[in-house]
Design a protein around this ligand. Sequence first.
Ligand code: ASP
Length: 582
Amino acid sequence: MYRTHTCGELRMDSQGITVTLAGWVQRKRELGGMTFVDLRDRYGITQLVGNENSTPEVKESLRKIGREFVIQASGTVRERSSKNPNLPTGDVEIELLTLNVLSPSEVPPFTIEDESDGGDDIRMKYRYLDLRRAPVRNNLILRADMAHAIRSFLKEHKFIETETPVLMKSTPEGARDFVVPSRMNPGQFYALPQSPQLFKQLLMVAGFDRYYQIVKCFRDEDLRADRQPEFTQVDCEMSYVEQEDVLKLFEAMTKHLFLSVKGLTLSDFPRMTYREAAESYGSDKPDIRFDMKLTDLTATVKGYGFKVFDEAEYVGGICASGAAEYTRKQLDELTEWVKRPQIGAKGLVYIKYNADGTLKSSVDKFYSEEALRNIAALMRAEPGALMLILSGAKKHTLEALGTLRIEMGNRLGLRDKTTFKPLWVIDFPLLEWDDETQRFYAMHHPFTAPKPEDVPLLDTAPGDVRANAYDLVINGVEIGGGSVRIFQSALQSKMFSLLGFTPEAAEAQFGFLLSAFRYGAPPHAGIALGFDRLVSMFAGLDSIRDVIAFPKNNAGRDVMNDAPSSISDGQLKELNIAVTIE
Ligand code: ASP
């Protein structure tokens, strides 16, 4: 038997008993004639102690061992003379009787403690060492607990967990596919799933009624803090349901998770149309932890001789309470910030509503005090507020204001990570026009159903058709999305043609779905939640990397095992792939 107890288990009530522990040496300290060792395993840290009375073997082993050695130690549990209130085991220590080195260690490249001295890159290269650190491991334990809670909730609601293929045919979710060459079918490729969308719909045709899977998906996109080339979705589909049923069930699941994992009771999730989200928050994933809504000022500010506003399609502003004290320097810096290419505003107009009730703006030349007061009234500004105004093309300006709103929320400390404000964003447009390619794209995906009352518009004004599509948004993060599906082959064919597929191309790519729909497809709808994002939100992190055991870096590389890597000419030949890299 390697151990009688773990390193997180012993307390005062075990005083006097003899125990055996095994684990890693986190630290060794020598003090007078005594040697103290912090022994660590997944469960905690227990202090071992050797002294003048220890056996020569123990003394010799104590001399030999260093950080991260794996050892097995036995001894007597006794009360510590100086207790450590920060450790659950901090009242006791083990007086060593024997000490075996099970596995030596080289000096680790960074300190393996809650606070490490290792930078990001080195910790990623030695991820297995980083995972020994409690904060990193705790994120993964949280992940496991959440997966477990989801599985039990969905099982209780009669969902059947079903695996779908990883080697499959491309599903258009709007991103680039990762592809895998087929040796047995020269010149042909599988695609890795961007999502199991088509399979889950086929499972509904197959009568499964309720499907789910906690599943890896792959999208070859540019990476950001909340994106990885492979990520995990909680993917679900249900038959004989309407949008309302899906929202209810997944709202219940989300509440269940918050309650069972975080002990938080959430109130009902508000619903907001896509349009309202865009116009009031400048975003389709509004952070509703704070107010600071956008105000449309277009009609109010025109006609004062200020050309920038007079010529703008849209003028809008946000009102940041308590920011009137912003200095010239801060305002200049904010102006530079909105001018960055990522936001692309031409400039920033401000109006300060000073605490003494006076108004001061960057456009005093054009606007009288009264005119400024009108704007302030429209924005419901109070003394002490700073109004920030942007103008330009409507869509772009709304987005820029939305980004500025989030920035001001951060600067003013309004985005508290321990508060959670979920909402449903609904009524997304079905289609999105792309100027560059001069065609419509499906905003969600091509299997999403239009709102029944908007179906006639498909022929006359396709850009105005709203979809029965919904997103779950929490604290400004899109946690999931889904839709009611088209289940009639005629409507599905029409959708493909709107998206620019010829009937032949649609048949070639989705023939199996269209044919399945000819054999009795039930009405169905579904959703997929981004599991990594959900876990990182629960963990209070900004990046999903720390909730993934072996993540990739921003260049899509696994720096630990150095993937991707080249393969041998022999392999390439076998796969019928000729590569010329210039
Ligand atoms: N397949 C969609 C996605 O991955 C989700 C859904 O429509 O259920 O975003």
